[in-house]
Design a protein around this ligand. Structure first.
Ligand SMILES: Nc1ncnc2c1ncn2[C@@H]1O[C@H](COP(=O)(O)OP(=O)(O)OP(=O)(O)O)[C@@H](O)[C@H]1O
Length: 620
């Protein structure tokens, strides 16, 4: 295919590729983006508006970003203008401050403001790239007073790890550690304590995690892929996309500690690529270039996510299968601090997680009676499950924070949808229905497939008809900006429903309470979708979240956990992740739909999938 072919749409040659893409429907026209910004501007929240502006630049690819900037500059600047009397900012100073804020937000999303040509080149100097900007922004991460106190509360094993790591840092002895701890043993607690101690002493400590949700729990946390620009697909290119002379390399060089949570979910090749990169910038053949680096994780929980991968592929892709594994100094945490008041439950969790809970000849484990909801008939049993976790929907609609620590977990998206559909009809309030626009990637097929696309409900995409009510719980489906707490998996409370925007509040974690605007975003199906017809759905990037898949719940502590096993779990660690979200057995209830109906109803047995080979590999 030639460049001319790419420029030609329906037999007509376009002036540029952007115009061709617009006519092909690959880009949206700017009208809906303008409507979105206009609607949000009414709320008078300029900092949230700047985040929305950056989000639409990155995710909605407007045709003329500069026009959008001119149209909304006034509203984007209004908080700085209000403080003008106090600080006597000039017009140019205000503009530069706002551009700098937008530039920072774009960088957090892995983009560069220069690519959007918002202002002429001559005006750009004030916020232009400086080699120390990454270091400066790491040094500006706020250290919370409560995090500084954590080091006084560490248990013996946490204290041992804390002392060893700080000793390696103070003696400049490069060392790589792996903190191996079952869910709830306080890995995150330890990381927060280390980060606070080092940052309060003026050192640079970098925090990353494999998933966005885990990153958002760490102060200043980013996903490893975005922080170190590691390509998601390493099959073609195995190197980090960072210049050795650039500001991120400078940051790594300067850092005293690099901390990587959920390393058990990272593919070994990702960590190997990072090892090579650090060796290169540090000009040292020592592991990780002689840096002090702390990985953490739990191999009882979910392993790397690889679509349709066999057990062998998953184990091969895991970190313990890498030559790097033997170089780690292993630190173990074993005391379950989440379930500290229920030691019998902690012990049960470990047996489930390590595949030590006895199985019957059908390969099923028997769950304790007190956590099982007896199964009678589907509707009645589901009602019991719902009633046991959400007994008073009117109270939750008035004060949604009372329900934010309650959730129904289930292995498959289809069961999540089943439950959320029931819940949104029962939840009080006016129903808003948002219908997506669905387009095939190849526009020639659009007419033939529209109804078919609308009927599709692919994983990772919002539904064609999104049914929402004010104060209902939501989950975000994209890593919009992990630094601002907006990750794939962030739980939100829906606060205001408008035509073009949703105003939502972050419900959980260090950004709890922050209000944000969400625009409709064009989202493409993933390559691995089975229906084989790639398409783009423009919709708010959220789903309801009365119920959640078990995989999405990883890393979260919940007060009340309900587990709905319409079908048994299907991958390593899922049952353990679901059960270990709770603090005690009294906080868990499970509904198992019996698979076959014989004379005896067996509703307390279920499959537990554990790849024991992974534990053999983790032994040093
Ligand atoms: N030393 C401690 N003193 C008091 N509470 C603690 C301590 N360590 C951990 N906790 C508490 O125990 C709970 C679980 O801790 P944390 O989330 O750090 O565990 P985790 O190992 O990261 O779990 P997961 O793997 O499931 O994410 C949290 O509520 C945390 O505040």
């Amino acid at each position: 295919m030639s460049f001319d072919d790419l420029l030609t749409v329906n037999g007509q040659k376009m002036n540029c590729f952007r115009e061709a893409a617009l006519n092909l429907g690959l880009l949206q026209s700017d009208t809906y983006i303008e409507d979105t910004l206009e609607e949000a501007a009414v709320f008078q929240m300029p900092s949230s508006l700047r985040l929305l502006f950056a989000t639409v630049l990155v995710h909605c690819t407007p045709t003329d970003p500069r026009l959008l900037w001119h149209k909304f500059e006034q509203q984007l600047c209004s908080d700085y203008q209000r403080s003008q009397e106090l600080y006597h900012y000039s017009f140019t100073e205000i503009r530069n401050k706002v551009l700098k804020d937008i530039s920072t937000l774009l960088e957090q999303m892995g983009k560069n403001i220069d690519d959007y040509h918002l202002v002429p080149n001559t005006l750009r100097a004030a916020y232009h790239e400086q080699l120390t900007k990454e270091i400066d922004s790491e040094r500006n991460i706020e250290v919370l007073p409560e995090d500084l106190l954590l080091s006084f509360k560490l248990n013996t094993q946490q204290r041992h790890a804390y002392d060893l790591i700080l000793h390696a840092i103070s003696s400049s002895a490069g060392q790589s550690f792996f903190i191996d701890g079952p869910g709830g043993t306080g890995k995150t607690f330890l990381y927060r304590s280390l980060l606070a101690t080092l940052r309060s002493q003026g050192h640079v400590a970098i925090a990353v995690a494999t998933s966005g949700v885990a990153a958002s729990v760490l102060p200043g946390g980013r996903t490893a892929h975005s922080r170190f620009k590691i390509p998601l697909d390493l099959s073609t290119n195995k190197t980090c996309q960072i210049s050795k002379q650039g500001s991120v390399a400078r940051l790594l060089f300067e850092s005293k500690l690099i901390l990587w949570d959920e390393a058990s979910m990272a593919k070994r090749e990702t960590i190997e690529a990072f090892d090579d990169f650090l060796k290169d910038i540090m000009e040292s053949e020592l592991p990780f270039g002689g840096k002090v680096i702390v990985f953490g994780g739990d191999f009882r929980q979910t392993l790397p996510v690889i679509e349709k991968a066999s057990k062998r592929t998953l184990i091969d892709a895991s970190l313990p299968n890498s030559p790097i594994w033997n170089k780690f100094h292993m630190l173990k945490l074993t005391e379950n601090m989440r379930a500290i008041l229920d030691p019998a439950f902690s012990e049960f969790l470990l047996r489930v997680g390590e595949g030590r809970e006895p199985v019957d000849p059908q390969g099923q484990i028997t769950l304790p009676n007190d956590i099982v909801i007896p199964y009678y008939e589907k509707e009645e049993s589901l009602n019991r499950l719902i009633q046991s976790v959400f007994p008073d929907l009117l109270a939750y609609s008035n004060d949604p924070y009372t329900m934010i620590n309650m959730c129904i977990l289930t292995p498959k998206n289809s069961s999540v949808d089943e439950l959320n559909d029931i819940m949104i009809t029962r939840f009080p309030g006016n129903l808003h229905v948002y219908v997506s626009s669905d387009k095939t990637v190849d526009q020639r097929h659009q007419g033939d497939y529209e109804d078919f696309l609308n009927s599709q409900n692919p994983k990772g995409l919002p539904p064609h008809k999104l049914l929402l009510k004010e104060n209902c719980p939501l989950i975000l489906l994209r890593n919009l900006n992990p630094v601002e707490g907006l990750c794939n998996g962030t739980r939100l409370i829906c606060r205001e429903l408008r035509q073009h925007t949703i105003c939502a509040e972050i419900a959980f974690g260090q950004h709890q309470g922050k209000r944000i605007f969400l625009p409709k975003i064009p989202l493409q199906t993933s390559d691995s979708e089975r229906n084989g017809l790639p398409f783009i759905r423009t919709q708010f990037p959220v789903r309801l979240c009365f119920a959640l898949t078990i995989n999405k719940s990883q890393g979260q502590t919940l007060d009340y956990v309900r587990i709905y096993l319409r079908e048994p779990v299907f991958s390593h660690g899922q049952l353990y992740v679901a059960l270990s979200r709770a603090k005690a057995s009294a906080a868990v209830k499970i509904l198992i739909v019996p698979r076959t109906f014989g004379d005896i109803k067996v509703d307390c047995k279920t499959r537990n999938v554990v790849f024991e080979e992974i534990f053999q590999l983790t032994q040093h």
